[in-house]
Design a protein around this ligand. Structure first.
Ligand code: D5M
Ligand code: FE
Ligand code: ZN
Length: 547
């Protein structure tokens, strides 16, 4: 196998059981004969070594003139000993520009929000066409990455206590109510439902509750039943009021506050205002205090016949280039593999039929990513963990398989602190529901970030119980957003879209799987082979295309 690109070198190394530091891979790739350099590096490495270090490769190259570019250039005689030289260099140079193309404005499928930069400045893509530079002694070109291990919060992994008993559901909904009501409390002077039941007709009343039922009346008004820990109360939203629009946004089981006036017989509340827990408009996200970036991806779907291996190789190759030097973090928001038996007839499109083999294969692809990046992974609905949310992170056996690069593995959802930026990672199954229930302009597959805005507004990643999204009761409701995240990262719908909601950046990250037969049959046109790159110091985004 020719070793003309970093990912080929990484593949060759991993086939022999080694990981390598990024600069070590660069040195080997840029060597006159990458094959010789690789051999020399491996031969001189003790068997117990897992990671090939830059220092080691550098010293090997110094001792092995045939593999060392400097030695070759000063000693012409060696050139014949390394016939691959010219070809390898050219191939590297050609591979880089094709892969690292900045997505053109028109290809960016989403975001109308001007607050988010949709592409890098013109000319930067010209920049990316430069040849991968040859390492010279004393050059400071390759600054090894120095990521900090991300901190993980709100992770159910290892804390799942749910057995699915009825009283656990009662407890988790009470917890949801308590925490979301806590967020609303400052804005309304609410009374418990049972106290409102005792109030005289005509009184002003405010109530916080979970949406128990939404019905339209014979005359076209909306009857919303709210439930708190003391009981339920019916609330009427008149169809000709401005707030009637907000009823379109409501999902069952979400928490809202209402203000209004009791009817003369005190049996119903006429609603004047609806409040959502929401993100304050004045929210100021935190940013990193150095120039560092994160790649936000999801839905790799290794094991599917539609997995786009070539796009993945290009992405991994790009991560090895100087241009990607600042990309120190890789966040993967679920669906690492295609899984088995997730959807009817899925087996007809499987490339790898055994779930563990799928993870083995995924691990090989993951190894192409530079070893000096920090990786965070949460599961999705195709992964081999329980389907009900919150999903715990992968078990020991799967962690073992995916142990290269020592990734941080946590549950779905998880709050991840990357360089001081809090990133809420959630796979996104509830987005299907939000998109199905809400009007097109508020949430659609073409603009998945708008569906994410709704979840931010409700401060809950999967409000509706008993629908498409399966929810397991736990000691607390892990799906509530206690803290406002700085960035909200989801996947699942296989569409790329991003934008800012009250200064929170919402990113849905597309996929690495071409259109499946099912998706064709329902007209889902996936955005495959894109990597959103987030500048953690500015929260600006650039999308890179690898197809
Ligand atoms: O799902 C990717 C997207 O496609 C997500 O919006 C659900 C939808 N999808 C895909 N396959 C099916 C089937 N068979 N039924 C219903 N909806 C489907 P993902 O689960 O990430 O592959
Ligand atoms: Fe998926
Ligand atoms: Zn999914």
């Amino acid at each position: 196998m020719p070793l003309e690109t970093p990912s080929r070198v990484v593949q060759a190394l991993t086939a022999r059981g080694y990981n390598a530091e990024r600069e070590a891979v660069t040195l080997i790739t840029d060597a006159d004969s990458p094959a010789l350099a690789l051999e020399a590096a491996i031969e001189s490495t003790p068997e117990s070594t897992l990671v090939l270090t830059t220092d080691h490769v550098r010293s090997v190259l110094a001792e092995t003139p045939a593999a060392d570019p400097k030695a070759v250039s000063t000693d012409g005689a060696e050139t014949t000993a390394a016939p691959a030289t010219a070809d390898a260099t050219t191939a590297t140079a050609e591979t880089v520009p094709e892969t690292a193309e900045t997505v053109p404005e028109t290809a960016a499928p989403a975001t109308g929000d001007p607050s988010v930069s949709t592409a890098t400045a013109p000319g930067q893509s010209g920049d990316s066409t430069r040849t991968a530079p040859v390492e010279t002694e004393g050059s400071s070109r390759v600054g090894s990455r120095t990521p900090n291990p991300p901190g993980i919060g709100n992770d159910v992994t290892g804390r799942s206590t749910g057995t699915g008993e009825y009283d656990e559901f009662v407890r988790v909904f009470r917890d949801r109510y308590d925490r979301l009501a806590g967020q609303l409390r400052g804005r309304v002077n609410h009374r418990p439902a049972e106290a409102i039941q005792e109030m005289p007709g005509g009184s002003e009343a405010e109530l916080i509750g979970l949406v128990n039922d939404i019905r339209s009346t014979a005359s076209g008004h909306w009857l919303i039943e709210l439930e708190d820990t003391t009981g339920t109360f019916p609330c009427l939203v008149m169809k000709d009021r401005d707030i009637a629009d907000l009823v379109d946004e409501l999902l069952l089981d979400e928490c809202i506050a209402v203000q209004g006036t009791l009817a003369d017989d005190a049996g119903i509340l006429f609603v004047d205002a609806i409040h959502f827990p929401d993100v304050p408009r004045t929210y100021r996200p935190s940013t990193a205090d150095r120039e560092v970036e994160a790649a936000l991806i999801s839905d790799v779907h290794v094991g599917s016949q539609e997995f786009m291996a070539d796009a993945w190789h290009r992405f991994a190759d790009w991560l090895h280039t100087e241009e990607a030097e600042r990309v120190e973090y890789l966040l993967v928001a679920g669906d690492m593999v295609e899984g088995v038996g997730v959807y009817p007839n899925q087996d007809e499109e499987l490339d790898v039929v055994d779930i563990y083999d799928q993870y083995e294969r995924f691990a090989e692809y993951l190894k192409e990513v530079p070893g000096d990046m920090e990786i965070v992974m949460i599961p999705g609905n195709h992964d081999a963990v329980r389907l009900a949310e919150p999903q715990p992170g992968f078990d020991e056996e799967l962690r073992d398989i995916m142990s290269a690069h020592d990734p941080q593995i946590s549950g779905n959802p998880s709050m991840v602190d990357v360089e001081g930026v809090s990133i809420l990672m959630y796979h996104g199954v509830s987005l299907d529901e939000v998109i199905a229930e809400l009007p097109e302009e508020k949430a659609s597959y073409d603009e998945p970030h708008r569906a994410m805005y709704q979840l931010l507004k409700k401060r809950h990643v999967a409000p509706q119980y008993g629908g498409h999204t399966r929810i397991a009761p736990e000691e607390k409701d892990y799906l509530v957003m206690d803290e406002v995240p700085d960035v909200f990262h989801t996947g699942h719908v296989h569409k790329l879209g991003w934008g800012k909601y009250h200064n929170v950046l919402a990113v849905n990250s597309g996929c690495w799987q071409a259109q499946t037969d099912f998706q064709k049959s329902v007209n889902i046109d996936p955005d495959a082979g894109f990597a959103p790159i987030l500048e953690l110091d500015t929260l600006d985004m650039t999308v890179r295309k690898f197809t």
